[in-house]
Design a protein around this ligand. Structure first.
Ligand SMILES: Nc1nc2c(ncn2[C@@H]2O[C@H](COP(=O)(O)OP(=O)(O)O)[C@@H](O)[C@H]2O)c(=O)[nH]1
Ligand SMILES: [Mg+2]
Length: 264
């Protein structure tokens, strides 16, 4: 049973969940939301890697913003190719609308598809997919599990320049200070939410893109009183494709945190 809703999202996985037998219903569905913009070099390897994790109930939701490099079409090919092994859902969006909006859209769709857990992960391997296993280990005890570069055992790639390390670290310190955030890596974007945790947040309220999106989500979780577990991660340098992050986005974050503080 493969179908599409009017938004062009495959509901194959949902149909599968709905027709599960008694033993299968015990399997929790984890939907990994992967936003993509020009990730055709990474996506096939990512899909294979996710399948290789061997996590029962794992599914993928690609949120593609009409990538000029054809990532959206490639996702469709992968969906057909992996149909019997890994459910792949795809949201085709008309144009590049930013990372934050892509995740918010993806979270809503993952909930609608019936996810028990929703993983937020970039498609470029800067987040090590192997960590999803670790997230799954903790998510039964917490509402949100977040990967943190800035707690014991966490790290950023050594290749980072001093300036980049300072900017990243400084951004975290700044956001923590202004907002009183307890999370040590509020600009990090590798997380796992319980469906109930995402439902407890008012996702329509989230406005930020880029860096600020992560800060806003961290603050929203804290303000909602969610139980957050930080696990150390190593943040890896991108090997394929290019970053869409710009100095403008990083700079925008400095005043955006004040806007977040005002709105929550
Ligand atoms: N759908 C969508 N995905 C995006 C957009 N911008 C970035 N991404 C994806 O979000 C992830 C992180 O983006 P990236 O450019 O690597 O940001 P960086 O890691 O901060 O340099 C990658 O999987 C990108 O393909 C966007 O506007 N729309
Ligand atoms: Mg990246």
């Amino acid at each position: 049973m493969v179908g599409e809703d009017e938004d062009g999202v495959s509901i194959e996985g949902a149909a599968r969940g709905g027709t599960a037998t008694d033993t299968e219903t015990a399997i929790k569905r984890t939907i990994v939301v992967l936003p993509t913009y020009n990730e055709r070099e990474n996506l096939p390897i990512m899909v294979e890697t996710l399948l290789g994790l061997g996590i029962p109930g794992l599914e993928v939701l690609v949120v593609d913003d009409n990538s000029p490099d054809g990532t959206g079409d490639l996702a469709e090919q992968l969906r057909a190719e992996y149909a019997s092994r890994l459910p792949i859902h795809i949201a085709h969006r008309p144009q590049k609308m930013g990372l934050g909006p892509a995740y918010i859209d993806g979270f809503g769709r993952a909930l609608a598809l019936g996810a028990d857990y929703v993983v937020e992960m970039d498609a470029d391997f800067q987040h090590d997919p192997q960590m999803i296993r670790e997230f799954r280990r903790w998510i039964d005890e917490y509402d949100v599990v977040v990967g943190s570069r800035y707690i014991d055992g966490g790290s950023v790639e050594d290749k980072w320049s001093f300036t980049r390390k300072i900017l990243s670290r400084g951004g975290s310190v700044y956001a923590r200070l202004i907002l009183g955030l307890r999370a040590h890596d509020p600009t990090g974007g590798f997380k796992c939410f319980r469906a109930s945790a995402l439902r407890a947040l008012d996702l329509t309220k989230v406005r930020s893109s880029g860096y600020t999106f992560q800060i806003e989500m961290s603050y929203a979780c804290q303000q909602a009183g969610l139980r957050v577990k930080e696990v150390p991660i190593r943040f890896i340098d991108r090997e394929r494709g290019t970053s869409k992050m710009s100095a403008r986005i990083a700079l925008e974050a400095t005043w955006r945190v004040w806007d977040i503080k005002r709105r929550y």
